[in-house]
Ligand binder design. Structure first.
Ligand SMILES: C[S@@+](CC[C@H](N)C(=O)[O-])C[C@H]1O[C@@H](n2cnc3c(N)ncnc32)[C@H](O)[C@@H]1O
Length: 323
């Protein structure tokens, strides 16, 4: 299959699961355009902060039927703008029968996450051979070592330098020598483009509401690429590749996306039967694909936004030293 066809099909798979928040599909497909050349990760392998595992499952080639989506198991969607609610942090027992039509082409030996409910969902996928409910801020209670570790979020969602470097240290501890780390980072300018800055500059309350902690949970600009390279080197890693992913335009789309509509969309979702929702999806997903699939390719985005910068990195590194 050509790369272009593969990437477009992945977009469709993501939309099937995240149809109410298509911007998530947009971002994850950009990641996939890079990850498809990095995966599969050598085993034993571990997905750090794997959440409900759905994104990793789809990246690895898993597919669901049309009846499945990730909104079967969410909570408190009527308080979308409340500061302290994670709507996804819940597990309903009837959350999938996940209607899997294809298992991924490869899998993970372990999935680790802080939130029990997310791991309960992940277990339903038969994708992680084992799961650990644990904070990666503490060394993990395992004798086992891994040949690769992956994380999209552990290094992107905190502003504390000590926490960040401690997590890199903990990755060193769990990898075998020559083990591989694949991690996602936010480029230093990412924080400058968050809407929260309008709250800080002008006091716009809507900008704070829209933000939902994204600003507070992102590394400061001082953690630029040079800082990360230093931290990785100091903790026994050699950097093999730094990929730029996700153009600024896509990041803007992601940061607003359908977030403001989510509460109302979820009310509609709950008023409809599964059959009705499935019918809606059959109409909605092809429409989204038609609108957005060309934007999956950087050439198009660069024409629209010629100064476009990429705002996320994917880094490939190898452990070359015990620390
Ligand atoms: C945005 S989700 C990403 C999930 C998944 N990797 C994905 O790409 O869809 C972030 C996850 O990180 C987990 N997390 C945050 N801090 C953590 C920590 N210190 N140790 C382990 N997991 C953590 C959260 O529980 C949450 O499930």
């Amino acid at each position: 299959m050509s790369a272009e066809k593969d990437i477009k099909e992945k977009f469709r798979e993501f939309l099937n699961v995240y149809w109410i928040r298509p911007e998530h599909s947009f971002l994850s497909t950009y990641d996939y355009a890079v990850l498809r050349d990095i995966f599969p990760l050598p085993k034993p392998n571990i997905d750090l902060a794997c959440g409900d595992g759905l994104t990793s499952f789809i990246w690895a080639g898993g597919k669901f039927d049309f009846s499945f989506d990730m909104y079967h198991s969410v909570k408190d969607t009527d308080v979308m703008y409340s500061d302290d609610v994670d709507v996804y942090d819940c597990f309903e027992k009837d959350f999938c029968k996940p209607a899997i039509v294809k298992q991924p082409d490869w899998n993970y030996t372990y999935g680790l996450d802080l939130k029990k409910s997310m791991l309960e969902k992940a277990k339903k996928l038969n994708f992680y051979e084992n799961t650990i409910n644990h904070s990666f801020d503490d060394p993990i209670p395992l004798e086992k070592k891994f040949n690769s570790a992956f994380s999209t979020s552990l290094f992107a969602f905190t502003s504390d330098a000590d926490v960040l470097s401690n997590r890199i240290k903990n990755v060193n501890k769990i990898l075998n020598l020559n083990g591989k780390l694949v991690m996602r980072l936010h480029e230093r300018t990412f924080k400058q483009m968050l809407f929260h800055n309008y709250y800080k500059q002008y006091g716009f309350k809507w900008a704070k509401k829209l933000d939902k902690f994204i600003y507070d949970h992102n590394p400061d600009e001082k953690f630029d690429l040079a800082w990360w390279v230093e931290v990785l080197k100091n903790n026994g890693f050699e950097i093999n590749n730094i990929h730029n992913v996700v153009p600024r335009l896509v990041a803007y789309a992601y940061l607003i996306g359908f977030r403001p509509m989510f509460r109302t969309f979820m009310s509609m979702y709950n008023m409809l039967s599964l059959e009705q929702r499935t019918e809606l999806k059959k109409q909605w997903i092809p429409d989204l694909v038609e609108l957005f699939e060309e934007l999956m390719f950087e050439e198009t985005v660069t024409k629209i936004d010629p100064d476009s910068k990429n705002v996320l990195y994917l880094i490939e590194a190898t452990k070359i030293k015990e620390i």
